[in-house]
Design a binder for this molecule. Sequence first.
Ligand code: SF4
Length: 448
Amino acid sequence: MNNSGTTTPIQLSSKPTRPAGPSETGTRPNRTACIRTFGCQMNVHDSDRMRRMIRDAGYAEVQSYEDADLVVLNTCYVRENAVDRVRGHLGEINRLKREGRVKRVALTGCIGAASEAEQLERQYNIDLVLGTHNTYELASFVGLPTMEETYTPDLPGTEGDHSAFVTIMTGCNYQCSYCIVPTVRGRMICRPMDNIVSEVERLVESGTKYVTLLGQTVDAWRQDGKRFCDLLERVSEVAPRIWFTTSHPSNMEDRTLKAIGERETIVRRLHLPVQSGSDKMLKAMHRGYKADRYRRKIEVFREHVPDGTLSTDIIVGHPGETAEDHEQTLRLVEDCAFDSAYIFKFSPRKGTEAAELGGVVPDKVVQRRFLQVLRQVEQNAYAQNQRKVGSLEDIYIRHGSTDDGRSIGETWSGHAVHVGTNAKPGEYVEARIASAGPHVLYAEVPRS
Ligand code: SF4
């Protein structure tokens, strides 16, 4: 990958006629899309997921803007002139749009979440702007059913053999007001422990270094009197590195939180969706817990895993959410000091209870609340990440180095790190944290 992105540079010349597309018959496919990726391996991974959505929606992928009906720019904000660079691309795409070649444009990634996005949207007539937290909204934009999560297990990861996802349960026994999962996936079915452990053993034998246990409510897993913590402990004895997602606060046992702090092979990162800080909204959502119970879980986590990372999901603008409810969410965000959060603007999903509810919150209000929660999370995250500066960390490399020599890794405390190394995915490097932003740490390998 070069410094400006993962793809070949933009072709600024235009052709007088529209070229034939890549279909085998020599005729242009009905719909075409071009995805351009800038920046790090995380963006490459996100682009792969968007590519899958676009293909599922019936688009053929093309390599140049002028061949595309739909252009997706998945952007990076790290470099100083990143916005200017993207402006160059947007100017060309906008010209093609005015000529009627390109029909729709989506701006995604880090610049999509930045303050400049609004101005770019207006200036270049962009149809959809998404940040890194809501890439999944591309699905409905291209005509697919709305997806619930950015990291839905239906979309396979792209990490390769060094890491693997292992599904331990399907379906869900909850009935959250906004969620379609129980309708489409049915009630919870847990996979037997021996079956899971055998799969993990096979994976480890074949070279897998990192296993992630998956389920809609992974901590609700149970079998013959055994509970999730029993399974987690078993797997932690077999796999060299292990994580799990997604948990439900009502199922999260204190002994699981303790195990995260005690077991050496478990990554000290907890993803525990809270959704709201208001008891009234939690009740309307049918979440089954109150905000203070959630706070207590977090206290236990912080006590047993003092250097661990904590992430959550938050929905803003659920029907009936008042200014006071929103204030309570902001208070909870401050109390829990999340290291990161997936923040969702409520959007009604057909077939769910919330889609039929009154008390709809106006879009402008939702957007304002969304930005307030986002700002609060990022302030917390930035302050917490600063505390890691100077520490020496064992970093697991998840994505190999780019052309500028930086790899993406993860500390045992669950922090994402950019580190200058040639180590391969699945290997560890020892490096010192040199600086930190709200989303990622930057590390240097000490010279020997
Ligand atoms: S617990 Fe999660 S999967 Fe189950 S209904 Fe609620 S949001 Fe949906």
